[in-house]
Design a protein around this ligand. Structure first.
Ligand SMILES: Nc1ncnc2c1ncn2[C@@H]1O[C@H](COP(=O)(O)OP(=O)(O)OP(=O)(O)O)[C@@H](O)[C@H]1O
Length: 227
């Protein structure tokens, strides 16, 4: 088990509090592709952000790779994320002033695990692997949505993370590109064993996952492994 969340509650606001998560427990196995499906506003992004340590739940405990996020400082969480996690977003979140290959290099430059002279080569290899080597020198605004998302996936995976969090990764793409992005995620999962947790509105995307969790109004309503 790579992720375990126990009775997560998240309350936004003090004056006019809103309970976005009402006691959510879930487990994710290593190597699993888990889709989190549910209507707008049901708490999917809030849950994902809590699980990855980007946000802090009001109550409950989250263990990732056996580590309790509650026991980590913000600095420790940042380091833990950089070493173990990758992120994919709906609108790609590429840095507009950097080329494709420069965007892909970022996690390696931060982690300092690779000598600088090897980083460019590795970034090119990842772009080739995702069939966009020919776009290496393009800037984000010169690329299609599908191309930008491939760059973002290369960036998410280049550091060989144990787990990748994807928030509506196909939300800004047409059907054909959505299918291609999901196929890439499946392929990477098979080849590298990376765990993916994918928030989506799209039942076609969710269908390709190993397991689907359905949420409604701040609760998981189906798909939990145990009660
Ligand atoms: N920072 C915030 N302050 C107050 N309320 C918030 C905040 N962030 C989210 N919410 C509320 O919490 C609820 C859950 O939001 P969340 O973004 O997690 O839903 P979601 O299921 O991801 O929605 P969508 O599919 O539209 O992205 C929503 O009602 C939202 O309005």
């Amino acid at each position: 088990m790579i992720v375990r969340a126990v009775k997560i509650r998240k309350i936004y606001g003090k004056k006019d509090p809103f309970e976005a998560l009402k006691g959510v427990s879930l487990e994710v196995d290593e190597g699993e592709i888990l889709a989190i499906l549910g209507p707008s506003g049901c708490g999917k992004t809030t849950l994902l952000n809590c699980l990855s340590g980007l946000d802090t739940p009001t109550d409950g405990e989250i263990f990732v790779l056996g580590k309790n996020l509650n026991n980590m400082s913000e600095e420790e969480k940042t380091k833990f994320r950089a070493e173990n996690m990758g992120f994919i977003f709906q609108f790609f979140n590429l840095i507009p002033v950097l080329t494709a290959v420069e965007n892909v290099e970022i996690p390696l430059l931060i982690s300092k695990k690779f000598p600088v002279n090897k980083i460019r080569k590795k970034a090119y290899e990842w772009l080739e692997r995702l069939h966009i080597g020919h776009r290496a020198k393009a800037y984000p605004n010169e690329m299609s949505g599908g191309e930008q998302q491939r760059v973002a996936i290369a960036r998410a995976l280049i550091n060989n993370p144990k787990i990748v969090w994807a928030d509506e990764p196909t939300g800004a793409l047409d059907t054909k590109n959505s299918e291609e992005i999901m196929n890439i995620i499946l392929e990477m999962n098979r080849e590298l064993g990376t765990t993916f947790v994918i928030v989506t509105h799209d039942p076609n995307v969710a269908q390709k996952a190993h397991r689907i969790i359905k949420m409604d109004s701040g609760l998981i309503i189906s798909g939990q492994k145990s009660g």
